[in-house]
Design a protein around this ligand. Structure first.
Ligand code: GLN
Length: 285
């Protein structure tokens, strides 16, 4: 039997030994997850004994984290735009950088409340669902090729109370017949897979071994999905609608060119909080 303080120390040490970057923080977050206790409680009672069941559960999770499974895949919890999302190994963990994409969409649509939004490669649904929460009169469609990802998005849709406003559809890009080229969407938004295939193995362990490859692989030059979404996506947008992409930090110029060649205007590049190119967007008219 160990006290909570001993457990935290042990957990931190194991994670440090496995090269986990924020070992102390992750060890704490897992302890919080297993015990349901907050920091204030911990400071007052850290010398108390944990019950053996909690101890086992905690050490089991620490072992998993030490094999570089992302923390959020263990706690099934990720925060995005201030909302809580369920996540598992079938979806990309929502990234803070992606919030720039959502904020840009909110900015281009600031005068409109009843948007129709199409989110291509929706994954956990974080982009579509947070936009719907911010724009109360809006509805949207989230598309993904992965049935497992759609289950996650479906769970989030219910959890966030958006059942009547979001439709989720399995489709390899625009191939599903339910997706009509009706020119009715105000926003086409996408954070598609964009890592060039041969670069995937250079990414950190958490990403290359535990995020779904399908969500990462942008084929040979990383631009496959941008090319297809630029040319095939136009038919789904209203005149005056917007196409917005998240991009890899070295893809700004290439994706801006693809958009201009596909006939989009006012094409702009936005940076993320680290000052790297992260979003490209333009208007369809
Ligand atoms: N749209 C999801 C996200 O931004 C998934 C992206 C993906 O699978 N490439 O998290």
């Amino acid at each position: 039997m160990s006290s909570f303080a001993e457990l935290l120390k042990k957990g931190t040490k194991i994670l440090e030994g496995s090269g986990i970057r924020e070992a102390g923080l992750d060890a704490w977050l897992l302890l919080e997850y297993v015990t349901g206790k907050n920091r204030a409680w911990y400071f007052a009672y850290s010398d108390e004994m944990a019950d053996p069941e909690q101890e086992n559960r905690y050490l089991e999770l620490i072992q998993k984290r030490s094999s570089h499974i992302p923390l959020q895949h263990l706690t099934h919890q990720a925060f995005f735009m201030g909302y809580e999302f369920y996540v598992d190994e079938y979806v990309l963990v929502p990234r803070q950088d992606t919030e720039v994409l959502v904020e840009t969409a909110l900015e281009v649509a600031k005068d409109q409340n009843d948007l129709r939004i199409l989110d291509m490669c929706t994954g956990s649904g974080c982009i579509l669902l947070s936009l719907l929460l911010e724009k109360q009169g809006s509805t949207g469609t989230g598309v993904d090729v992965s049935q497992e990802a759609l289950k996650v998005a479906g769970k989030n849709k219910i959890q966030l109370g958006l059942d009547g406003r979001a439709e989720l559809l399995q489709s390899d890009l625009f191939s599903a017949k339910e997706l009509e080229e009706d020119g009715q969407y105000d926003i086409l938004i996408s954070n598609p897979p964009y890592i060039p295939t041969k670069e995937i193995d250079t990414l950190m362990e958490e990403v290359k071994s535990h995020d779904p490859r399908l969500a990462l692989d942008g084929h040979e030059d990383g631009l496959y999905f941008y090319r297809r979404i630029c040319t095939e996506g136009r038919a789904y947008l209203k005149k005056g609608g917007w196409l917005l992409f998240e991009i890899g930090c070295d893809q700004g110029k290439d994706v801006a060119n693809l958009m201009e060649n596909a006939g989009f205007s006012q094409v702009q590049i936005r940076k993320d909080l680290s000052g790297l190119d992260r979003v490209v967007f333009g208007k369809w008219q």
